[in-house]
Unconditional design. Sequence first.
Length: 630
Amino acid sequence: MRRAFFTLALLAVPALTAARAAPEVFVAYPPEGHRVAFDHVILEGSVPPGARLRVGGQPAQVGPDGLFILWWPLRVGTNDLRLVTTLNGQTGTRTLRVIRTATGPLPATPTSIDRKSVTPGAAYEFWDAARDSPDERRVPVSFRGSPGGRAAFRVGTGAWSPLPEVEPGRYEAAYVVPVAARLENAAVTVRLTGRDGRTLTATAPGPLTSTGEGLRTGTQRPGTVRGLGLNDAGNVTTTQEGKPFLYPRGGMTFTLVGRVGEDVRARLAPGVSVLISAKQLDVTPGIPAPATGGEVGLDAGPAEETPPVPLLPALPFTPLVPTSTPEGALPAGSPADAPGEDLRVRVPLGGARVPFTVAQEGEGRRLALTLYGLVTPPTLAAPLADPLIAGGKIETVALGVTRLTLDLTQAQTWGFTAGYEGDDLLLTVRRPPTLDPVRPLAGRVIVLDPGHGGTQFGGAGSLRVPEKDLTLPIARRVAELLRAQGADAVLTRDADVTLGLYERGLLAEEKGADLLVSIHANALPDGRDPRGIRGPEVYFTHPQAQAPAAAILAALHRTLPDLGPGQGLKPGADLALTRPTTQPSLLVETAYLTDPGNLRVLMDPGRRERFAQAIAAGITDFYADQARED
């Protein structure tokens, strides 16, 4: 689902009497007063079957079931769309207000500046500019104004610098804070001289400070990181451009070198900075203690005398194995496998909790653990002897950046996590389960997530059934079909209840899931023409989920060929239900709510059964393929 709304009023359908009541116009999208920056909007809803519809006096196409999905033009400003429906001589009306915001350049004259567009929009602080790279000291400066003018900017009382016009009415440049600069809330001022000779100035909301006041340590607060491999976006660190970079673990320490608005900036290594919400950190003066790596080796599991500590005391949460471990630490196995059966690679760090990333590469045949800020890298004195490991190496890829690479004997498709345990960092890889070729699903734990629920309606249901009520019956039926083949199929919800995004992933982790499948229906965002965009798509983040995703997509195409092609597999997705690594995690967009044909298929109980059969068949095909490879 790509577009959501949660208006209870739109779902209320008053009882009608055939003889007296006027036919009703039901608008599923857009909501009243919606603001859109595009020249069209998707106008969707329904009227009684057999009724006709006019919008703004123009006839609109309506299906026999009353469904309309229109790509409706908008003029700049307020659009009061009057929808009139007629049936059996009765007329019903509805006026819907949609506001199209202006996106083009301002008029050339008189000269003007859109003061809300001036950047930097947040305050920048530099605490150690002398050791920042030029890119780290770069502050974007821009504004929107009348086209064809001459623009400049300055910081504080400094000299004016040119601000080029990169497109009509858009002026952009960058200020690189000088290493030796001493700035204290220095204002960034932009100036524009227009074609009419008039000159205007405006001040950016974000001032600049560079005082060299010293470094600080930021420590991820205890209790803020949920799960072992959930990768909660509420704790993500990002690049300075806003792209996700790493997901912290409890106690991870960062060297803080500045601030951008509400975020602090951490230097992971020379020239490598990330932004972190200050709300998730405990900040203290000084820098983290130097971190030194030790000899990497294989581990059989935590010592028996390790005292159990709940992963998250505030949550009714069960770790993957009976032995509990500290927050962010890794268990020895999963409920489906004996403790110690997983591959566990131990990286001694002397108690330091340095930032790291772990990623799959080479179609899942390689795991790369990248550690930041080590003074001395770990060593690999001898090859790691394990049937799952084909080879491994440690290399320093840049100053302060160490990379441990594990080449695997087969593509990793079962789950992996990395976190701290005691004084060390532990990389855990789940081994392939032993599958019965006759009943490959026997004993497999499959968590099925019916998208949305409760107060989360999901995509607009133009035929008066929202997405949440379409995904639940499909997921229930998939569970029945999988259980009939011996699987332990678990639903994240089995009723119309509200459930948080991360509760769903935590349930999969708690159950030691072999696979997490979230089931949704798609919808286009504003600005996309819905005509001709239809069919299933499957999203995943990590290569380990590609094989089950491909099997499910193939089964959907095979079982429901009339849905349309869709956009196929969507790897690298940044979604809450695809980011978990403790098991292959994927999200199925069954069909498009913004396509009339797709919506009608979803509304038909008999064809929803085919959706369920296809998803169950895809899961079965994946495990059958794995059993044959064994």
